[in-house]
Design a protein around this ligand. Structure first.
Ligand code: SP5
Ligand code: ZN
Length: 346
């Protein structure tokens, strides 16, 4: 398979995230991508390259708000300008606008603006975040171009992940929505309808929000029930899209500890909805945090299950862009992700 590797991913390297009242080392680490790359190289048969240098930031503007992109691009310099000592610390929010407070006025204060755009305190931003995330979006765009150009599949191997990032917000370790960039790129290249299938353990709230009112991008997500699992405030089954997009959002929340057979039935339902949407191309938000022992999730899949996932997705018969999302049990991550791709390739 065509693999588009983000060679700048390690520029983003968070130190600590807020977790249950204390700062703990980040789960979303650079070795996540390194171990996947090493496993793909070990198995062979993949064409591994980098994003096309012709990536244009207009592609980011098709998915994200201008002032949000401006904020992300300049955030680190603003942070260090507050206090040179800040260079030793990552940016995390301390303040958020509560319901009833103003969102129509963007504060001038940098710490206030951080909480305006960030929705959790688990997503540190640092000096290399913008470059790493921008290059990741370029990888997703390049993978989509390859598929639009006739490849039957491509894989954007990148971090930070993307599916929690919306048009103007970040969180869940995500800054730019790589899957949304890929879906939009497929639309721009001529696919009348595109589907996004999100198999990460967590609900892809950012992807859902970006396409919620659109009929041309059908979004289906299998995830831990938001009643008990991050991102908590979105991802219920009754969220079906709105306006022109009504009927084009499909959430399949699952209880913690759901077994693989039941999870796989939900995958079949999601794929049934995708078939009914007449999508001409597919983007898969490929998280492997459904694995047993993942430190931030609640399922018990084993490595062989990922072969079945790849096989099931291949049966949709659609040109497919895989985009890497979560997965934090790092030792098995390379095997699990490579198994999906091998299962898909047959
Ligand atoms: C892309 C992605 O997978 N982002 C996930 C972000 C999750 N961050 C919060 C995790 C909170 C986990 N709480 C339960 C832990 C039980 N050990
Ligand atoms: Zn996840």
């Amino acid at each position: 398979m065509q693999v588009i590797h983000n060679h700048r991913h390690a520029l983003h390297q968070g130190r600590m995230e807020m977790f249950r009242g204390e700062l703990v080392p980040c789960f979303e680490r650079p070795d996540r991508v390194d171990i996947v790359l090493a496993e793909l190289q070990r198995r062979g048969g993949h064409a591994i390259g980098e994003a096309d240098g012709s990536f244009d930031e207009a592609m980011l503007h098709a998915v994200h708000a201008p002032r949000y992109l401006e904020f992300l691009a300049g955030a680190w310099d603003e942070w260090v300008a507050l206090d040179p000592g800040n260079a030793q610390r990552d940016v995390l929010p301390s303040y958020w606008p509560a319901p009833g407070m103003r969102r129509d006025v963007v504060p001038h204060s940098f710490p206030a603006r951080v909480g305006y755009y960030a929705f959790d305190a688990g997503t540190p931003l640092m000096g290399g975040t913008w470059q790493a995330a921008r290059q990741g979006a370029a990888c997703a765009w390049t993978a989509a171009l390859r598929v639009a150009g006739g490849e039957c599949a491509a894989f954007a191997l990148t971090r930070p992940p993307g599916h929690h990032a919306g048009a103007d917000f970040y969180g869940g370790y995500c800054f730019l929505n790589n899957a949304a960039v890929a879906a939009q790129a497929l639309r721009d290249a001529g696919a009348a309808r595109v589907a996004v299938l999100d198999v990460d353990y967590h609900h892809g709230n950012g992807t859902q929000a970006i396409f919620y009112e659109r009929a041309d991008v059908h979004v289906a997500s299998l995830h831990g029930d938001p009643l008990t699992d991050y991102p908590y405030y979105l991802g219920h089954a009754d969220e079906r899209g709105s306006g022109a997009g009504l009927g084009f959002n499909h959430n399949l929340p699952l209880a913690r500890g759901t077994d693989f057979d039941t999870w796989r039935e939900a995958l079949a339902q999601a794929l049934g909805g995708i078939a009914a949407s007449n999508a001409e191309a597919l983007v898969v938000s490929l998280g492997a945090d459904t694995f047993e022992g993942d430190p931030v999730a609640g399922l018990t899949l084993v490595s062989d299950d990922y072969l079945r996932i790849g096989e099931d997705i291949a049966r949709a018969g659609l040109p497919t862009v895989f985009v890497f999302e979560g997965g934090y049990a790092v030792d098995a991550l390379g095997i699990n992700v490579a198994n999906v791709l091998d299962g898909f390739a047959g």
